[in-house]
Write a protein that binds this ligand. Structure first.
Ligand SMILES: C[S@@+](CC[C@H](N)C(=O)[O-])C[C@H]1O[C@@H](n2cnc3c(N)ncnc32)[C@H](O)[C@@H]1O
Length: 478
């Protein structure tokens, strides 16, 4: 990063989150360099004025997000990453952004995005900027203004996705990348690179990018993480509708204390709780291994004494249930965050069984289940509730979501965390594009039944189903 920024020819560097100076180290012995920074942690500043004194570096003791009015030629930064939801003093930061940049930051944004926006506004036009960033912003609503700002003057050079983030930041929980921005030149396209190892970073810009996107085709509203996938494609919008045309996904039941609410059949029997006071419920993603889940599969789980019963009572309940509730209170389950806000604390959400289930977290492809049983689900799955149109298309929706093209399209709305962990949010899923009725109607009921049986037997949709849904995708050569 430092080498690339200094190629601008300017012999200055500014690091707004100076810390222990990791970005200063490479130039610390260069007498011609002017290195400056800001740092709000006074202990770190003591280090620089104490032991490390003598090294030529000017660090302002300030809160970078609240100190405005300066400009710089070159900026490098590895900003701290914290969500503003948890940020004390966020209101003054938000106000400063409105006052100085006319930008209204979303409450979901994080400090790294705010650092980047501010630094972009401080470039004086004679240098470059390189920033380490959590890449989540490329796919989220709060990131739209950041993406807009990055491309508005045609200075964005490249975004590098560090697939080796665990080697560099062992504790990373979000995927990490590097933003390269050259304020001296204009670019007609942006290169999206993947770095598989730290050593590959050295000459990554000379390598062919994973995707090169023309500037005029980059839309801040789109989810840019898809540009790190090879063979990206466009969607044929005339054939597609958002999933919420057919119904909607919502998160599963949050009990607030699974240790109390989830029971094994043997335990329920010992407690004398049965009948409608315990209902069948999938409590862990690993309990479903097959794409089609039926009553017999649930019965197998019961036979193996898996924890698949949800304690589900209202104010009026049996004596055994009352005893169990009392024992729960003795163990403090009624004072947990969710339970204490419920009345009564032991009354869990009422839901209808969802005929389609989608795994919330996944590695290397999400789990989609056609649920033909009457089981409920906890938060390990999002559950789909069809509307009146969707009722007739459940099997077709299942086949699409399980097919290779469906997975490619739906994965565009995933939030990618570090270490290849994907997370789906119900709202994102509900916006995912799926075939319109006309496309689905081209499949006969017999074909659908055959394809579902195949998925049930082999765990995969048949090849001809994948080919069928490919009509939704237009290959894109970027
Ligand atoms: C992730 S560390 C990076 C440190 C160093 N530049 C590096 O790359 O190793 C971020 C640094 O920014 C500092 N920092 C966080 N918020 C700040 C703010 N609002 N103003 C100035 N410094 C801040 C933190 O104290 C921390 O030292």
């Amino acid at each position: 990063m430092v080498r690339w920024v200094l190629e601008s020819g300017q012999r200055t560097l500014f690091d707004p989150g100076f810390g222990m100076g990791a970005l200063f180290d490479p130039v610390a012995d260069d007498p011609g360099m002017v290195f400056a920074g800001s740092e709000k942690d006074s202990k770190i500043l003591d280090f620089w004025t104490g032991e490390a004194g003598g090294r030529k570096v000017e660090i302002e003791h300030e809160d970078y997000l609240l100190s405005w009015g300066k400009s710089h030629a070159n900026i490098v930064c590895n900003p701290s990453y914290m969500r503003f939801q948890k940020f004390i003093g966020r209101d003054s930061v938000f106000k400063a952004f409105v006052d100085n940049l006319g930008l209204r930051l979303s409450g979901y944004t994080n400090t790294a995005s705010a650092f980047l926006l501010k630094s972009l506004s401080e470039l004086n036009g004679s240098g470059r900027l390189a920033y380490i960033m959590p890449l989540e912003f490329l796919n989220t609503g709060y990131g739209i203004i950041v993406k807009k700002r990055l491309i508005e003057s045609g200075h964005l050079v490249s975004i590098i996705n560090l697939k080796c983030e665990k080697d560099i930041f062992p504790d990373a929980i979000t995927s990490v990348g590097i933003i390269l921005y050259d304020a001296c030149r204009q670019y007609s396209h942006v290169d999206f690179h993947i770095a598989d190892s730290i050593s590959s970073l050295k000459n990554i810009l000379e390598c062919q990018p994973t995707t090169r996107v023309a500037l005029d085709r980059l839309n801040p509203e789109s989810k840019w993480l898809s540009y790190f996938q090879k063979n990206t494609f466009d969607i044929n919008h005339r054939m597609a509708v958002p999933l919420n045309y057919y119904g909607h996904f919502s998160r599963g039941i949050a009990t607030g204390a699974n240790e109390f609410f989830v029971l094994k059949p043997s335990r329920a029997e010992t407690l004398g709780i049965n009948g409608p006071e315990v209902v069948p419920c999938i409590t862990k993603s690993s309990q479903i291994r097959q794409p089609v889940f039926g009553r017999a599969d649930y019965d197998d789980l019961v036979r193996n004494d898996a924890p698949v019963l949800l304690f589900c009572v209202s104010k009026t309940h049996s004596k055994h249930a009352a005893d169990y509730i009392r024992s729960g209170e003795q163990r403090g389950y009624n004072t947990r965050f969710l339970t204490k806000n419920r009345n009564p604390w032991y009354k869990t959400e009422r839901r209808a069984p969802a005929p389609l289930l989608l795994g919330v977290f996944s590695r290397g492809g999400y789990k989609i289940i056609r649920n033909r049983s009457e089981v409920l689900n906890l938060t390990c799955f999002h559950g789909f509730q069809p509307n009146i149109i969707g009722m007739a298309y459940l099997d077709r929706l299942f086949l699409y979501l399980a097919s290779a093209p469906g997975r490619d399209v739906v994965s565009l709305c995933v939030r990618r965390y570090g270490d290849a962990l994907d997370k789906f949010e119900p709202n994102d899923l509900n916006q995912a594009l799926v075939p319109g009725q006309q496309v689905f109607d081209e499949l006969s009921n017999r074909e659908v039944a055959k394809a579902v049986r195949c998925a049930e037997r082999t765990g995969k949709t048949p090849g001809w189903i994948d080919t069928f849904f490919e009509q939704l995708m237009i290959p894109n050569d970027h």
